[in-house]
Write a protein that binds this ligand. Sequence first.
Ligand code: CMP
Length: 143
Amino acid sequence: MAIERTFSIVKPDAVKANKVGTVVGLLEEGGLTVVAQKMIRMTDAQAKEFYGVHKERPFFGDLVAFMTEGPCVVQVLEGENAILRNREIMGATNPEEAADGTIRKIVGTNIERNACHGSDAPETAAVEVAFFFSGSELAALAR
Ligand code: CMP
């Protein structure tokens, strides 16, 4: 199996609920390693660009408002098949449909306030990691 990197966000709802540790614990217990992590307050411009693929969707405005309402934690995760593994650990986008034991089931509230984001494919992972982390920042964190 391939060692991959993926991009992850602990969203503002989870940060506000003091569940950063819960989320990180589930990721680590699930076999992923946090190789980079920082707490940021996403700007309106960043949120609009990051979620640009959804700009025509009816929920876009609410999504941008939510992602900028408070601090979030952006992360780079590493592990075997990290992209798929992270999506398994997160659970379904809608917490009501997420399996027991998943982040979104445990921490999420609804389809918008769903606790976490994870890249859906290698191409998006590369773009999303580079959106928030510079190459030199990642190089400095190499173990
Ligand atoms: P995320 O994995 O961050 O990717 C896009 C986000 O849009 C998604 O999680 C949800 O937070 C949000 N989203 C997706 N579908 C809907 C929807 N139908 N209504 C509201 N928000 C949605």
